[in-house]
Design a protein around this ligand. Structure first.
Ligand code: ARG
Length: 588
């Protein structure tokens, strides 16, 4: 369906044309002065030069033609040449009726769907999922949902880190602890036991222990690097151990992501790109893209106009070992081959930005991707504690995601129980749902690129710009709609009537902003735009709600109209939170 702003612009463009000016000056925008008008057009100012006329004169000519407009209830020329506008209430209601009938709530699916791969999550196998990986999962999931809603084919890939030094560290530590295990017997080629020689709990203790040792003990670190190398060379015992690590760890990761309501289409991992490396290296060498620099194989990626030094992209270390870069480049080769994406979007900590600049330039220069394949980076800032430092446990350790979610759920549980609106047996489940909104909205409502402070008290509050406030608003609407239905009413939109008060019209106007919010958020990779839209909509609803006695209204047609408005508001709110990756409970 045709967009709201386009409809307004079209009408104003007609008026410009009718007054003898070019249509292109008729662009309508939201007003900067909501106290004076809802919309404005600055085209008369822009046209002054062309027509050698005072802007106010042009504005006056245009406005004169809008006297009997069905679209604008107010059109005023004001000095020095602005056109201030208000939408006609019935025209607005007409739009909302169409919107309510539209299964996409006025958001148009793209007519040029693209295949977009999103690389997000990025946890490292065998390391517990900690808050550092939270942002990638939350932001990436929202980008995926937004893209799909707009009609793109989006493939989410978790891209597990399973091939780095952490693997060698675990293998080394296991060898020190249990050298008798069959995995360490050099001349043995298998078969190996089905059962892993550790539990997830043990695994999570082994890694930090090994990591700490390697920092103090150079020989130990050397051993771990050697083990990593042997694993990558395919030594059978190490490979078998690695598979165990992967299985045990993945089961745990899946549990965590499920709780976060984050789902991936692909559970690919760094190691999956290994088979592509030898061929890629040969290609880079033979094509003259890569050259040796002090024994290492590198690709120069600096470009004219760089304002800072972009170091070469290293493909192989001097000992022939591959690196993070190598894997990422080979993964690009693999993705192009298997999925042929139009775009690959990486949702990763912004501290990796320079690294991705190198990788992208290398991929482009060596034509590992096609000319028009987009490689994009959505770098996010750090989640800090109230002290402004990266978020930690009270004891100062790395906060595990599970524990963070438990803490928030407990906090929410307490609030819900205090509210007494939910039966005790449902309070735990409700607390989980509301807690998730607190975490996700707390994150997403900040511009992704910025650092933000994870403030448990603020994020779990039922008031202000928070997830729980939005859910509370939705629950409030649901309860009115339920009561209406219990009284025998039916929810239909056709009944929408002319707004009766200012707050009702304001709510209606907010509803028209849904499509631009969703489209803008996706195009600019900025889910926070959906958040600020939602907050404005929830506020507009609550203002209307406090001024209107809906259920006790005697005029049934009027009541039905308000119910229709509520039901549309609820649909928009629920669809939006779904795009952010959370949902609302029935009560709270
Ligand atoms: N595992 C990496 C980390 O923890 C993030 C992976 C990001 N994705 C990628 N293709 N490099 O830093």
């Amino acid at each position: 369906m045709e967009k709201w702003m386009e409809r307004l612009t079209e009408k104003l463009s007609d008026a410009f044309e009718k007054a003898g000016y070019d249509r292109s000056y008729g662009k309508v925008a939201l007003s900067n002065r909501p106290d004076l008008c809802e919309y404005q057009c600055n085209g008369a100012m822009a046209g002054a030069k062309t027509y050698k006329k005072a802007p106010i004169q042009i504005a006056g000519d245009v406005v004169a033609g809008l006297k009997d407009s069905q679209v604008f209830s107010m059109a005023e020329a004001v000095n020095p040449g602005f056109i201030n506008l208000k939408a006609d209430p019935d025209f607005l209601v007409g739009f909302l009726r169409e919107m309510a009938e539209d299964e996409h709530l006025s958001v148009e699916k793209t007519d040029a769907p693209r295949t977009i791969m999103i690389d997000y999550g990025g946890p490292n196998v065998a390391k517990p999922l900690h808050v550092g990986h939270l942002r990638s999962a939350i932001i990436g999931e929202s980008m995926k949902r937004l893209g799909r809603f707009l009609g793109h084919k989006v493939i989410g890939d978790v891209h597990l880190g399973d091939w780095g030094l952490q693997m060698g560290l675990i293998i080394t530590e296991m060898k020190h602890r249990s050298p008798e295990l069959i995995y360490f017997k050099e001349d043995y080629e298998g078969p190996y036991p089905q059962e892993a020689p550790f539990t997830i709990g043990e695994l999570e203790e082994i890694y930090p222990a090994a990591s700490a040792k390697s920092k103090e003990n150079a020989a130990y670190k050397e051993e771990a690097m050697e083990a990593t190398h042997l694993l990558q060379q395919g030594r059978p015992g190490y490979h078998a151990l690695w598979e165990h690590i992967l299985h045990v760890s993945m089961a745990d990761l899946k549990k965590n992501y499920e709780r976060l309501q984050v789902t991936f289409d692909l559970w690919k991992k760094e190691s999956d790109a290994q088979p592509y490396i030898p061929e890629m290296v040969r290609y880079l060498k033979e094509g003259g893209y890569a050259h040796l620099d002090q024994g290492a194989l590198v690709v120069d990626v600096k470009e004219e106009g760089d304002t800072k030094e972009i170091p070469p992209c290293m493909i192989l270390k001097s000992d022939g070992a591959s690196l993070y870069n190598t894997t990422d480049l080979a993964t690009i080769v693999e993705r192009m081959k298997l999925f042929h994406p139009d775009e690959i979007l990486y949702v990763v900590d912004k501290r990796q930005e320079l690294y991705f600049t190198q990788v992208f330039r290398c991929a482009r220069k060596a034509h590992l991707v096609e000319e028009d394949t987009k490689l994009s980076f959505l770098g996010f800032g750090t989640m800090n504690g109230k002290d402004g430092k990266p978020f930690k446990t009270r004891q100062g350790g790395v906060m595990r995601l599970e524990n963070l979610m438990d803490d928030i759920s407990k906090e929410m549980y307490q609030k819900i129980v205090d509210n007494r609106s939910v039966k005790a047996e449902n309070a735990r489940e409700t607390a989980q749902i509301v807690g998730l909104s607190a975490i996700k909205y707390g994150d997403l409502s900040n511009q992704a690129t910025k650092d933000y402070v994870f403030d448990v008290d603020r994020f779990t509050s039922f008031e202000g710009d928070t997830g729980p406030y939005l859910l509370y608003t939705i629950v409030r609407i649901k309860s009115i709609l339920n009561r209406y239905q219990e009284e025998g009413g039916s929810l239909s939109h056709g009944s929408l009537r002319t707004p009766t008060c200012e707050s009702e019209k304001a709510l209606m106007l907010e509803l028209t902003g849904f499509a631009p919010a969703v489209e803008g958020a996706f195009a600019e990779k900025a889910p926070h735009k959906v958040c600020s839209y939602l907050y404005g909509l929830a506020n507009a609803f609550n203002r209307f709600y406090h001024e209107t006695k809906i259920l006790s209204e005697e005029d049934q047609a009027q009541k039905g109209s308000w119910i229709g408005l509520l039901s549309l508001t609820r649909q928009v709110l629920e669809t939006s939170i779904d795009l952010l990756g959370f949902s609302a409970p029935e009560r709270m």
